[in-house]
Design a protein around this ligand. Structure first.
Ligand code: LLP
Length: 433
């Protein structure tokens, strides 16, 4: 379910016309539906009701304070990957004791900060990191809760840049080495071996790789639990979403592709995994990012020019790869729909931004309704890995973000002022003023 739909010819986010938001706040503009965020959380939460569990939102997918607060208010925890993300949780009024801290490169300062905040657990990626966490904990006279990340060597069948669970990539510790690593970790001072963690990849649309990974890792968790007395097992994130839901053609169906293939639903995920996880008798942590935030956000952009060449119809818009890099980076598909439908025959178009790179495109040879200068378009499913991956490339300001709930809307990130882009720069002292 998501709360972007047409009322007549007009695209709405919940009860607010998107055109009104574009008019009021300008473009490029990210628009988030709070109801959708909450709905996705609650669906997952209730499908996992048979398990003692904690959903830790992977805030790398969307770390806006209002989004964090939405999940904190629903009782969620957070999967964080930097001291900055932990600070965001605190700034949003969330609870650091519900944060796990992942990532292959945690610095001493970050470890010390996380320890002082009393996080739930470190997701540890190497033996060198275990030794470092132990050293910092001794220095601070704290006990560090840790879980080692196991790399189960299961192919997630997803995009090469977002698969993480095979020995080809930098994440986790090899499955075969895990027990020896825990045995050595048990001898390090000031560590509490609290659990085990895994994550096999992102945008998984089939439950099979999850089943394979859990079936492979669960017996290991049992053995380690018997030896070290665990509290939890984290099965990571990775639940995929539908990027082509047919909203433009008027038949939105978030659970299946236009070809009619059903994708992973929270219920099918739970039906497969709960029977495997329940016997462990542990708290189960999840780290979903995209599933919670992806379809809850759109990027609204204005058409600046139509440019026809011998071969192409270019629709040049005011958003660019610095606002939403996924098409340029992963060749990702984002559905593009008019904010106001005008009818007429679709025209094969390339939707491109103003950045000086040929890679700055949102769609190529896509049949789109005919649009004109000044019209608004919405790029769907931009709530995850959208604004968080934004940059100031070409000295373009970071876009504004708005959250909607029912008839209400609020600016949750002001558009960056242009001088703020270089606000922390200066000329060198020998260059004069
Ligand atoms: N846990 C860990 C350890 C992760 O590395 C990730 C994502 C997640 C959880 C959340 O995964 P999700 O549920 O969102 O699939 N920028 C890419 C995605 C990178 C994912 C990185 N890790 C994209 O735009 O597709």
């Amino acid at each position: 379910m998501h709360s972007f739909r047409y009322v007549g010819q007009e695209l709405y986010c919940e009860d607010v016309p998107v055109s009104a938001l574009a008019k009021k706040h300008g473009t490029p503009l990210f628009v988030y539906s709070q109801t959708t965020l909450a709905d996705h959380f609650q669906r997952l939460d209730s499908s996992l009701a048979p398990l003692d569990h904690l959903i830790c939102f992977a805030m790398k997918s969307n770390s806006n304070l209002a989004v964090i607060r939405t999940f904190a208010d629903l009782g969620g925890g957070f999967d964080t990957v930097s001291a900055g993300e932990i600070q965001r949780v605190v700034a949003a009024g969330g609870d650091p004791s519900k944060c796990v801290f992942a990532g292959v490169g945690k610095t001493e300062e970050e470890i010390a900060f996380a320890l002082k905040q009393g996080i739930y657990s470190f997701n540890v990626e190497s033996e060198a990191e275990l030794a470092r966490i132990s050293r910092v904990a001794v220095r601070l006279k704290k006990i560090a809760p840790v879980a080692v990340r196991v790399n189960p060597n299961v192919d997630a069948h997803t995009h090469a840049k977002i698969t993480t669970g095979t020995y080809e990539n930098k994440f986790g510790i090899q499955f075969e080495h895990i027990e020896a690593v825990y045995a050595r970790a048990a001898k390090l001072p000031n560590l509490r071996l609290r659990g085990l963690q895994m994550h096999i990849g992102s945008q998984l649309t089939d439950v099979e790789p999850f089943r394979q990974a859990v079936e492979k890792v669960a017996p290991l968790v049992s053995r380690l639990n018997a030896r070290h007395g665990f509290d939890f097992f984290s099965i990571g994130g990775g639940l995929g979403i539908v990027y082509r839901d047919g909203l433009a053609s008027g038949s939105p169906a978030w659970w299946k592709t236009p070809e009619g293939r059903k994708i992973l639903t929270p219920q099918s995920y739970a039906d497969t995994l709960v029977p495997l996880l329940k016997p462990l008798g542990l708290k189960i942590l999840l780290e979903p990012g995209r599933f919670l935030s992806g379809n809850a956000g759109v990027l609204v952009t204005r058409v600046e020019y139509i440019k026809k060449t011998g071969k192409k119809n270019f629709v040049i818009v005011d958003a660019a790869m610095n606002d939403l890099i996924r098409p340029a980076f992963y060749d990702s598909f984002h559905e593009i729909v008019p904010v106001l439908k005008k009818g007429g025959k679709p025209v094969s178009s390339d939707v491109v931004g103003p950045v000086c790179e040929s890679g700055d495109y949102f769609a190529k040879d896509r049949p789109l309704p005919k649009v004109a200068e000044g019209d608004h378009l919405a790029l769907l499913s931009a709530g995850a890995y959208g604004s968080v991956m934004g940059s100031n490339y070409n000295s373009r300001a970071l876009a504004a973000e708005v959250m909607v709930k029912g008839r209400k809307s609020a600016v949750v990130r002001r558009r960056q002022e242009i001088p703020a882009i270089w606000g922390n720069e200066s000329v060198a002292s020998w260059q004069g003023r």
